[in-house]
Ligand binder design. Structure first.
Ligand SMILES: [Zn+2]
Length: 469
């Protein structure tokens, strides 16, 4: 024994984690999280592993995912209603490696992650903070507005995907080192192609190799892409990523691109030196975007033309943060044809009347009305007709998207849009029949986890959502 005094062993309070994605190869440090503590508690089943700096270990993936999830809930928690609960209760499970599949999903009980093949071996969806925070975004939006979960409409489902991608982008910006790095990489021009705009790089490369239409070659999706609005029922259900398809992840890129552009313009507007924004200015606009998105989803009508409705709500909500933000959002939404020029002019000139309408929608929200529509059994090979709920939106000013000439186009009726959505679910093999197929008809498609399933309801056979990917 030496005469040296005994000291306590060092306590590890910081982790080494991927800054945004394993493909970027950039590490940063962050406080070791306790995911079991409020706000918005998680349960990671199984033993808590020791901290490891072996990037190929399950322990490294555990702590990277735990840090991303905790950072995400700290960011979003102020926007979730006072009960501070997830949609299903006080705790959300996180399963880091369910089985082999190139996906990740949120099913109201849990965030689920999987592993699959890639050119360099196995890829784990939980290894990417981007992917973790995308799935978290679905859970947050579901906690804020649960009506969007099972609205059988292309534009509400696609907005869920946009919210997930914006969650990945905004949660990444909560890391100080990442804010600094992105400002350097983009020279302050935030909406260009960068590590910020490329969501889920490593995982996207693996998905692209197996399903080229489902991801870009270098990421899952790139928020810097530019797509203009068109009626989703006119699109094919699958297409190369250079063009739009009606798949929600593809179609969501219209809205994500507009929001990403607006985020860049908000930074330019807010920066003391617009050609050299600071990390603190970038942090401030990320918080503003969070509040604008969370506030508007409580106030938008659930309609077939949801993109135009939520765009209207966002533009109006943004003016509460900064009166100059409204022009930024209107410019982005008109530029992407999400809003017609005529609708943008009404939003610009009549905010009081529209604000009153939105407040009324938010106040009556828990009582959103629906009616039942019957779809014929034989179309889908069912043993009985299918009952599908169709929302009845409250009256008021109807926001319109535009054609390529900027003029307003009429959205599909709610029954037509619902029927088209349901038809596509069956067509793409996204419905689990659960034994309700006539003469043994079964669901098809390679996916083990389908987004929807058939269930026996009080009034007959119903179709309900299982998960968002
Ligand atoms: Zn998603």
């Amino acid at each position: 024994m030496s005469g040296m005094p005994l000291t306590n062993p060092p306590v590890i309070t910081d982790l080494i984690i991927w800054e945004d994605d394993p493909a970027s190869g950039v590490f940063t440090t962050a406080p070791k999280p306790d995911v079991t503590q409020p706000p918005l508690k998680f349960l990671f089943p199984g033993a808590v592993p020791s901290v490891s700096n072996d990037i190929y270990s399950a322990a490294f993936r555990y702590w990277t995912a735990a840090e991303a999830a905790k950072r995400g809930v700290k960011f979003w928690a102020p926007t979730v209603p006072a009960s501070q609960h997830w949609q299903r209760g006080p705790v959300l499970e996180v399963h880091l490696d369910r089985w082999e599949d190139l996906q990740a999903d949120y099913d109201r009980r849990a965030l689920n992650f999987y592993h699959g093949p890639s050119v360099c071996g196995k890829v784990y969806s939980c290894a990417s903070p981007d992917v973790v925070c995308h799935e978290l975004g679905h859970a947050i939006l579901d906690a804020i507005n649960s009506h969007l979960w099972d609205a059988k409409l292309k534009e509400t489902s696609s907005f869920h995907e946009t919210f997930g991608d914006m969650s990945a982008i905004l949660c990444a910006l909560q890391l100080p080192s990442f804010r600094q790095a992105i400002l350097v990489e983009t020279h302050g021009n935030l909406c260009c192609d960068s590590r910020l705009s490329r969501i889920g790089q490593q995982f996207g490369v693996a998905v692209h190799a197996r399903y080229p239409n489902s991801a870009d070659a270098n990421c899952l999706r790139n928020a810097s892409s530019f797509f203009s609005y068109c009626n989703p029922s006119t699109l094919p259900h699958s297409a190369p990523t250079t063009v739009l398809s009606s798949d929600e992840h593809s179609f969501s890129r219209i809205f994500t691109g507009a929001l990403f552009e607006a985020l860049g313009d908000m930074l330019t507007l807010s920066a003391a030196n617009p050609s050299m924004p600071t990390p603190n200015e970038l942090l401030a606009v990320s918080l503003d975007m969070r509040d604008i998105l969370a506030g508007s989803v409580k106030k938008a009508r659930t309609t077939a033309g949801y993109f135009a409705e939520i765009a209207k709500a966002i533009a109006l909500e943004s003016a509460d943060k900064n009166p100059d933000y409204k022009a930024i959002f209107l410019n982005a939404f008109v530029g992407h044809s999400i809003l017609s020029m005529q609708t943008a002019a009404v939003i610009q000139s009549s905010p009081e009347m529209l604000q009153d309408e939105m407040r009324a929608i938010a106040d009556q929200r828990p009582a959103d009305e629906t009616e039942m529509m019957i779809l014929p059994a034989e179309r889908y090979g069912l043993a009985e007709d299918l009952q599908v709920e169709v929302p009845i939106p409250p009256p008021g000013f109807v926001s319109r998207s535009a054609g390529t000439d900027g003029r307003a186009i009429e959205p599909a009726s709610l029954p037509d849009a619902t029927e088209a959505f349901v038809d596509e679910l069956f067509l793409t093999g996204e419905v689990a029949y659960n034994g309700f197929g006539a003469k043994g008809v079964r669901s098809f498609g390679k996916r083990r986890n389908k987004t929807h399933e058939l269930v026996r309801g009080d009034r007959g056979l119903r179709l309900q959502r299982r998960l968002f990917r």
